[in-house]
Design a protein around this ligand. Structure first.
Ligand SMILES: *[C@@H]1O[C@H](CO)[C@@H](O)[C@H](O)[C@H]1NC(C)=O
Ligand SMILES: *[C@@H]1O[C@H](CO)[C@@H](O)[C@H](O)[C@H]1NC(C)=O
Ligand SMILES: *[C@@H]1O[C@H](CO)[C@@H](O)[C@H](O)[C@H]1NC(C)=O
Ligand SMILES: *[C@@H]1O[C@H](CO)[C@@H](O)[C@H](O)[C@H]1NC(C)=O
Ligand SMILES: *[C@@H]1O[C@H](CO)[C@@H](O)[C@H](O)[C@H]1NC(C)=O
Length: 319
C-alpha cells in the first residue's frame, strides 16, 4: 500500500539535491558531533508491551508515544532515563497517563553481550522497540521507527502524537503535555526549528526542519510515512533534516510549532547562548546535550526533580 508522496517533484530534482546533501552531511557532522554509530544487528520485535511509565489509569484527551532513539549498548543511560521518567517522579498530576515511553534500537544479532543485557531489560521493563534496521544517526533508523508504528500498534490512531527524541535529552513530562494540549491533532510538526538566527546554522538546508533533540509528528503523518515511498538516498542523510524535507516535498506539516526557547541545548561553561542554546530556565520542555552524568545532576537539581519526594529513613542520610 504505497502512494507516491514524492511525485509532485520531477525526478531530476533528486540529482540536484544529492550533491548539496553530501556537503551538508559533512557540515552537519561537524555541527552535531553526534556519535555516528554503525553496528550490525538482529531479530525479535517487541510487542507493544507496557512502557516505562506502566499501564494507563485513565483515558486522557490525547496520547503521545515517545521513542527515545538509543543504541543497544547504552544500558546505563537507559537505566537513568527509566528513573527520571518513572511515575513516582511525576506525582500529583496524571501527566504520565498521556505518555508511553519506549526505547528504540535496531536489531542485534552478533553481540552476545548486548543480547544478554537486552534480554534482562526486556524481561524487567518490556519497554524496548527493536526494529529491523542498522544503527546510525541517519534517516534510515528514524524512518524505520516512524514507519513501523502502524504495524506495531495498529492503525486507528493508537496515539495522537509521536515524538522522536534522543537519550541525551531530558523531557519535562508535565510541561510537554501542557505544551501539546492545545495543538492541532493533525498535520502537526513540533520542535525546535532550524534555520534559526544563529551563525551556526547558516548553511544550506533543503527545507526548514525541527532539530533531532525532540520533535513531534501527529499520527496522520506517521501513517503517511509508513505508506509512502521515500527515495533510498534520503536514508543516508541526517534524520531530522530529512523529516523536514520529506514534509516539504509532500506539502505536509502545515501546523508547525517552534518550541524554542522551551526546548534547547544545555549551555556548557565555554559556550555562548544562541538561537538553540541557553541557560536552564524554569519554563523548560526539553534540555539536550546531557551526555555526562554531571550535566544530568545539574539538570535534576535545577528542576528539583526529587525535592520533597524522598521519605526519611534510618537507611540513608541523603541531603
Ligand atoms: C487523576 O486521575 C484520577 C483517576 O485516575 C482522577 O480521580 C483525578 O482527578 C485525576 N487528577 C488530575 C489532576 O487530573
Ligand atoms: C530485515 O530487513 C531485511 C532487508 O532490509 C530483510 O531482508 C529481512 O527479511 C528483514 N527481516 C525481518 C525479520 O523482517
Ligand atoms: C537486521 O537489520 C539489517 C538491516 O536492515 C538486515 O540486513 C538484517 O537482515 C536484519 N537481521 C534480521 C535477523 O532481521
Ligand atoms: C531572524 O532574522 C531575520 C532576518 O535577519 C528576522 O527577520 C527575524 O525576525 C529573525 N527571527 C528571530 C526569531 O529573531
Ligand atoms: C526549585 O526549588 C527552589 C526552592 O524551593 C525554588 O526556589 C526554585 O524556583 C525551584 N526551581 C524550579 C525550576 O522550579
Amino acid at each position: 500500500m504505497t502512494h507516491s508522496f514524492f511525485s509532485k517533484e520531477p525526478p531530476h530534482l533528486y540529482l540536484l539535491i544529492l550533491l548539496p546533501c553530501l556537503f551538508l552531511l559533512l557540515t552537519v557532522l561537524v555541527v552535531y558531533p553526534n556519535d555516528l554509530r554503525l553496528q550490525s544487528l538482529f531479530s525479535a520485535r517487541s510487542n507493544n508491551g507496557p512502557s516505562i511509565l506502566g499501564p494507563v489509569s485513565t483515558r486522557p484527551d490525547f496520547r503521545v508515544l515517545i521513542g527515545i532513539i538509543t543504541a543497544p549498548w547504552t544500558f546505563e543511560r537507559r537505566h537513568l532515563l527509566r528513573h527520571v521518567y518513572s511515575k513516582s517522579l511525576w506525582p500529583a498530576k496524571n501527566v504520565t497517563d498521556y505518555l508511553d515511553i519506549h526505547f528504540v534500537i535496531c536489531n542485534v544479532t552478533n553481540n552476545e553481550e548486548h543480547i544478554s543485557m537486552l534480554e534482562l531489560e526486556i524481561m524487567a521493563y518490556d519497554d524496548i522497540i527493536m526494529l529491523n534496521c542498522t544503527e546510525s544517526t541517519m534517516f534510515a533508523k528514524t524512518h524505520s521507527y516512524f514507519s513501523s508504528l502502524p504495524d506495531l500498534f495498529g492503525r486507528g490512531r493508537p496515539y495522537d502524537y509521536v515524538m522522536k527524541t534522543d537519550d541525551d535529552t531530558y523531557l519535562r513530562l508535565d510541561a510537554l503535555v501542557a505544551s501539546l494540549r492545545d495543538k492541532p491533532r493533525n498535520d502537526m510538526y513540533y520542535g525546535v526549528e532550524i534555520p534559526c538566527n544563529g551563525t551556526e546554522f547558516n548553511f544550506w538546508i533543503p527545507a526548514p526542519f525541527m532539530t533531532g533533540l525532540a520533535y513531534v509528528l501527529s499520527w496522520d503523518l506517521v501513517e503517511l510515512m509508513a505508506d509512502s515511498e521515500v527515495p533510498a538516498n534520503l536514508m543516508l542523510q541526517p534524520e531530522d533534516m530529512m523529516v523536514g524535507w520529506w514534509l516539504q516535498m509532500g506539502g505536509k506539516g502545515k501546523n508547525r510549532y517552534n518550541s524554542f526557547p522551551m526546548m534547547y541545548d544545555f549551555r556548557g561553561d565555554d559556550q555562548e547562548s544562541n538561537c538553540f542554546r541557553h541557560d536552564l530556565t524554569a519554563d523548560t520542555v526539553a534540555v539536550h546535550r546531557l551526555k555526562e552524568n554531571s550535566r544530568w545532576a545539574t539538570v535534576l537539581k535545577y528542576f528539583n526533580v526529587t525535592h520533597g519526594l524522598i521519605k526519611p529513613s534510618k537507611l540513608h542520610y541523603i541531603r
